[in-house]
Design a binder for this molecule. Structure first.
Ligand SMILES: NC(=O)c1ccc[n+]([C@@H]2O[C@H](COP(=O)([O-])OP(=O)(O)OC[C@H]3O[C@@H](n4cnc5c(N)ncnc54)[C@H](O)[C@@H]3O)[C@@H](O)[C@H]2O)c1
Length: 253
């Protein structure tokens, strides 16, 4: 296969790639020819997925990482580069999505959300960005935030939305500083997807206007993955600091 969405021979890291939306991204990117690094704290699940893809003739390898820990992120970047070469693309997908009502909010929950949802993408962008710049081949970075930034809020998301707002802002700052190296940085905003993380989210029950049914139904991981594939692909070389919201038409209901 060759064409504007062909990723043959290109290394792509997907954080949180062992399950949920990240797993959907890993499957689609590997299907497009990428050599995918599945970076997740659940190494066993990542290895099962990588083995399944390899059995299908695709390319994938699993790596352990604890994204709340800077040392683990630095080690992840070094391990992926040593094993697979300099990545073409980084997808900052992993996130936590537990809820806590604002007036009951704790510093711990704020810090946990921001460590995984915002600080980790910043640190990994720095580590992988340095390698991309040194290799001189350009690259792609995609940050996965949330449609809650576009008005689909439910109660209990102060820490989560704060962290996703920081991540969306990181896209703009990174796009500016990396453009001179041919590296694009973009944001994908998923709508509701029935993943292990969404179903198992701790905290008060979800309530509010965003509980309404989206116009097109509920998204699957592959729906979100399609937007990521576009931003990672050769076709998107002049798209940077842009946002695609895949919300099944929630914005028009
Ligand atoms: N599911 C939704 O409805 C929805 C909606 C909007 C945005 N999102 C965002 O999409 C992304 C993926 O969400 P999901 O629903 O697939 O989540 P999920 O919880 O189902 O899967 C997350 C994956 O990330 C890994 N992970 C979590 N914390 C980690 C850490 N500290 N270190 C290493 N790995 C870690 C988990 O092991 C898991 O494999 C998240 O950023 C989430 O905020 C999800």
């Amino acid at each position: 296969m060759s064409g504007p969405f062909d990723l043959a021979g290109r290394v792509v890291i997907v954080t949180g790639g062992a399950m949920g939306i990240g797993e959907g991204m890993v499957r689609m990117l590997a299907g497009a020819g990428a050599n995918v690094a599945i970076a997740d704290r659940d190494l066993a699940k990542g290895e099962v997925l990588a083995a399944e893809l390899r059995a299908d003739g695709l390319a994938a390898q699993a790596f352990a990482v604890e994204l709340a820990d800077e040392g683990s992120i630095i080690a992840l970047a070094a391990n992926v580069i040593a094993a697979m070469g300099t990545p073409w693309a980084l997808v900052n997908n992993a996130g936590v999505q537990d809820r806590q009502l604002l007036l009951e909010g704790t510093a711990e929950e704020w810090d946990r959300n921001n460590a995984i949802n915002a600080r980790a993408p910043f640190l990994l962008t720095r580590e992988i960005g340095r390698a991309m710049v040194a290799a001189g081949n350009g690259g792609r970075i995609v940050n996965v935030a949330s449609c809650s930034l576009r008005g689909q809020a439910i109660k209990g998301l102060a820490s989560y939305m704060g962290s996703k707002g920081a991540l969306a802002a990181l896209t703009k700052a990174s796009a500016l500083e990396l453009a001179e190296f041919g590296i694009t940085v973009n944001t994908v905003l998923p709508g509701g997807v029935g993943t292990p993380g969404a179903i198992g989210a701790k905290g008060p029950p979800a309530e509010g206007p965003a509980r309404r049914m989206p116009a097109l139904g509920f998204c699957e991981p592959s729906d979100i993955a399609g937007a990521v594939l576009y931003f990672v692909s050769p076709a998107a070389r002049y798209a940077t600091n842009q946002t695609i919201c895949v919300d099944a038409g929630w914005s028009v209901t």
